[in-house]
Design a protein around this ligand. Sequence first.
Ligand SMILES: NC(=O)c1ccc[n+]([C@@H]2O[C@H](COP(=O)([O-])OP(=O)(O)OC[C@H]3O[C@@H](n4cnc5c(N)ncnc54)[C@H](OP(=O)(O)O)[C@@H]3O)[C@@H](O)[C@H]2O)c1
Length: 273
Amino acid sequence: PLQTYSRSKIVHSPKVSGSILLQEYLDHQPLKMFHSFSSITSLLGNFGQSNYASANAALDSFAHSQRTSGQPGFCIQWGAWDQIGMAVRNARAKQFFETSGLGMLHPSEGIAALDITAKRIANFGGLAFDIQYSPLSSPIDWKQFKSCLLVKGRLNPGFSEDIAMTDGDADVVNVLQVPGPVVAKKVTAWESKALLNEVQRLVQQIIGQNVDKDYPLMDAGLDSLSTVELRNNLSSLLGKELPATIVFDYPTINLAAEFMLKEIHTTFEDEAN
Ligand SMILES: NC(=O)c1ccc[n+]([C@@H]2O[C@H](COP(=O)([O-])OP(=O)(O)OC[C@H]3O[C@@H](n4cnc5c(N)ncnc54)[C@H](OP(=O)(O)O)[C@@H]3O)[C@@H](O)[C@H]2O)c1
């Protein structure tokens, strides 16, 4: 077998047992931040690396459970770093990353990715990333990746289907690529959905009933006082003051969320610049 209990234990020890110990130690202590480093292997898997993939998936889940319990919890699935760290010490791994389209991150790109993701979290909190997923940072050439790994059958079937439907468009595969044009120019589809659902939830909280995303908010029961309340809540959600006229200028949930997305794009573009 490629894996043994002792090999799994060595890899699981710092990531899985370490997380469990941290959880016990940190139990309900208020945290300002919690960052951990997982791997692209958690998302894609790899032959002979089930121990490493599962240990990193545990880190992703740990960050997720922190967030769902209202604590900060953030984890990046790193692709391979070039020049420093464990990936460059393994010549075969380095060759695999370079020929498979997964690519390797220059340390300056890795630091930039960390900076961008940290700023996103500071600006948008839980909205910065889908609550269930860790963002991935790897300079992937999706076309090369698709032809190399799909042909060799090296991807899990669900992910393969997602990629097969794309033509190199990272957004469609629900993967956040940082750094690069994807982060700067687009918010991924699942982030848009998260925003839309959150706007709908805030409207429901104020009006007291579910409102269709295309139904005019003033007709649904919003008055001038609750319009101000909604605008304040949407501003808190975005971490940025929205215009007092937002509900009048963008009178449905869909239109308001669309406007907020544009605001997020603008901030990301400013960050990238
Ligand atoms: N570098 C990459 O390309 C890459 C890609 C994806 C994910 N990551 C993740 O990023 C993190 C850092 O990677 P790296 O490349 O910097 O690794 P690295 O160069 O191998 O350094 C790992 C560090 O962890 C320490 N360590 C290892 N096992 C430990 C244990 N059981 N208990 C306590 N400390 C232990 C090592 O201590 P000693 O120096 O004393 O041995 C070393 O300081 C890892 O979690 C890795 O999975 C890295």
